[in-house]
Design a protein around this ligand. Sequence first.
Ligand SMILES: Cc1ncc(COP(=O)(O)O)c(C=O)c1O
Length: 442
Amino acid sequence: MSNRLNVAPNDLSAFWMPFTANRQFKQSPRMLASAKDMHYTTTDGRKILDGTAGLWCVNAGHCRPKITEAITHQAGELDYAPAFQMGHPIVFELANRLVDVAPEGMDHVFFTNSGSESVETALKIALAYQRVKGEGSRTRLIGRERGYHGVNFGGISVGGIVTNRKMFGTLLTGVDHMPHTHLPGKNAFTKGEPEHGAELADELERIVTLHDASTIAAVIVEPVAGSTGVLIPPKGYLKKLRDICTKHGILLIFDEVITGFGRLGTPFAADYFDVIPDIITTAKGVSNGVIPMGAVFVKKEIHDAFMAGPEHMIEFFHGYTYSGNPIACAAALATLDTYKEEGLLTRGAELAPYWADALHSLKDAPNVIDIRNIGLVGAIELQPIAGQPTKRAFSAFVKAFEKGCLIRTTGDIIALSPPLIIEKGQIDELVDCVRTVLNEVE
Ligand SMILES: Cc1ncc(COP(=O)(O)O)c(C=O)c1O
């Protein structure tokens, strides 16, 4: 008999919730029961406008028929196939379809189940690649302050968020960090890419001088840092990073877990900034967030370097039981179909100017100290309450939910990233909701 019958529906204690203020939540739960297109519906029947595409992942909106049907069909046809030494047709089809939308030269795909796993996979590919091509002394990984690369040990080691790192020991050794690019003193209230800060890329030269290029395998950055509050790269910064990496034989990894699949109004951030890295990590939008899936894109020369040695031997000792799971692949294929039919990988470009104006209209709202935007991403930074960091933004988040819109906060920053199907009227609704909330919170 189902265990569910024995669980009191109002007992919330067993589930230890991730990245959540558990005690606050369990006193005043925010429960979602269903979703459609741009909206959630709560268990008490209220409609909530989704200003965050779930967790930056539901790019095509919720419960899209094609994706739902594909999952249902696949579950009845081939539910699971072993991922190691076996294949099934749609995982190959999906890899080809992904390569078609990926930036030029990203010819191969390694499947994972999350952004965190994509990051671990990319870091391992980078280290192993240097070794197979005879540069095994390149073992260092370089990340950036305020970077978020998921929660596994590689990701938190190269990541730059103190709360995500400080509890967990010594992390990976041989990691260094570049400075973040957030310069509010010079760039506050910039629309799009900030003017100042490209020279911060030169810090990579300093790190290379310190350690020597022959010890460095890869640099990993989010092209736009999402989770620490939408930090947009200064004009020219990413191109400089690319040049420095190329000059020193260092691989450049773009973590596009948030920016991949249309968020900036181009398929990938690499397209937006016209900077092609060597490896791209993705997840979230690859399957519209519906089923866990991640995909790591690599250049041909990286993939091909592994294809040596006896043919019966495994070339890369890495993979997950659920890499390329058939149901996830079906969801991802239907997601790509939906993106294509509705032009969603570029729709953000059309809406971006309207989005920018709407967000920046909040400039005079109480406690706003900066507003940032690019594509269909935005951030509204608030002055923290003295001695109580994060409290003002968290109160705004709770109040917004009461008023019918889902926003996300990180520190004292409100981050917005709606599904790419959002209409102009809904942008107005979202911004009006934030304005009302800012007028009301302490
Ligand atoms: C840039 C980036 N990398 C990695 C991750 C981790 O993804 P996941 O939560 O799917 O492990 C995230 C999640 O937000 C992210 O924004």
